[in-house]
Design a protein. Structure first.
Length: 415
């Protein structure tokens, strides 16, 4: 069994950390406990050059960081493998509407990445952004990908994001067939995104028969694994793709609490307005402060396309678990800042004493956590595993917030 995070970005994508290089991604994947991580951004020529220079072939269709590029210092887990991946932003007109859809592409080799990048460069600029924006409709992108590499897998990315996704409220479609036409049967999976989880997606018949995958879409190495996939297969590209296509060996997903996602509810961030779908409908979709159109969130869009009640679970549903990154758990338990020095110190203590972050969150004995980092962190992890979490939902680009212990509860637990 291993954990895979397939949708990430390099430092060559806009709005990403300068630390998004292969040595840093390798180091953080080991600290997180991730066994397979996407390279991201395979279309960017400078990034592909780094991939060729710094990676060595490992098992079939996956790579490992060469020893000379390993970062020194403690890292908790074993060496991750890298699968060649990238994201394409398609912006085009269809049915008298501007469409903006992001697609995640998985490839079996760097040679395939070179060949597909050459085809895509004939369409538009792939050199200025690791996630290129191309005037290429989704059907044609899929067709071109399969022409170059039949073993490739295209997965619609974060399918509910309001502005840039297959089902997005502003620029998306209502069905897979509207988006991909006659090639829709070649889509075997969709990425649910941070603001939705499997139960929300189970309500939508258009997704029946598809594997629901989750990935971090990390723009910095420390964000790896905030969502991920659990694979019970060999760590090879063919086994990975088979699991995605058939569900064989796909063990489920690790999820954000969808309320933490930055597009969960409707609203206007600048106006401080956050509304449920019912409240938005009652106001005619208009912000009560500025009078402009509200940003419709994921929950609202799911309600529009859903044909099943909340709580519906299909027979073929895969298991999932909701987690919060360990620094946020520590901070929410102890009343600290997630980016503060005390939180960082406790985080390092836990990893040094117990192992990778995802092991600490999912499996480490609560008593061991208490011994390493104290009763507050231990109680926070216990409550997280039980789903005893208070959430203030995110909206219009603002992440939601999480509370695990009240100030009074913290005082009662302090030694």
């Amino acid at each position: 069994m291993y954990i895979a995070d397939l949708h990430i970005h390099s430092r060559f994508s806009y709005a990403t950390s300068r630390d998004c290089g292969l040595p840093q991604l390798d180091w953080w994947a080991r600290r997180k406990g991730i066994g397979l991580v996407g390279t991201g951004d395979f279309t960017h020529p400078a990034w592909r050059a780094e991939l060729r220079r710094q990676l060595a072939p490992a098992e079939e269709g996956v790579y490992v960081l060469k020893e000379e590029y390993r970062l020194p210092g403690p890292a908790a887990g074993e060496s991750p493998r890298f699968a060649v991946t990238g994201e394409i932003s398609s912006v085009y007109r269809q049915d008298e509407k501007t469409r903006r859809v992001h697609s995640l592409i998985l490839l079996p080799s760097l040679e395939a990445a070179e060949a597909l990048s050459a085809r895509l460069e004939a369409v538009g600029n792939i050199r200025s952004d690791g996630r290129p924006i191309l005037s290429l409709d989704c059907r044609r992108l899929l067709e071109m990908t399969l022409e170059v590499c039949p073993e490739a897998e295209l997965i619609p990315a974060h399918i509910w994001t309001p502005h840039y996704s297959m089902f997005g409220a502003f620029t998306g479609f209502r069905t897979l067939e509207e988006c991909f036409g006659d090639l829709a049967p070649h889509i075997r999976a969709v990425e649910t995104g941070l603001s939705s989880d499997p139960p929300m997606n189970w309500r939508v018949p258009a997704l029946d028969g598809l594997t629901l995958v989750s990935n971090s879409d990390a723009h910095s190495p420390a964000k790896l694994g905030r969502e991920a996939n659990i694979l019970e297969t060999e760590r090879t590209y063919p086994a990975l793709v088979r699991a995605i296509r058939t569900g064989e060996g796909f063990g489920g997903t690790i999820e954000f609490f969808p309320e933490e996602g930055k597009y969960h509810l409707d609203g206007h961030r600048n106006c401080g307005v956050c509304l449920t779908p019912a409240e938005t409908a009652a106001r005619g979709g208009v912000c009560p402060v500025c009078g402009k159109r509200l940003t419709v969130g994921v929950e609202h869009r799911v309600e529009e396309l859903a044909a099943r009640p909340e709580g519906f679970r299909p027979p073929s549903a895969r298991p999932f678990e909701r987690l919060i990154p360990l620094p946020e758990v520590i901070a929410a338990s102890a009343g600290l800042s997630p980016a503060g020095k005390r939180t960082a110190a406790l985080y390092e203590t836990l990893l040094g004493a117990l192992g990778p972050e995802l092991y600490v969150l999912r499996e480490a004995p609560i008593g061991d956590i208490a011994q390493a980092a104290g009763p507050l962190a231990a109680e926070g992890v216990r409550r997280l595993r039980q789903g005893q979490v208070a959430l203030r939902p995110g909206f219009d680009g603002a992440y939601g917030t999480v509370t695990l212990l009240s100030p009074e509860e913290r005082e009662a637990l302090r030694p």
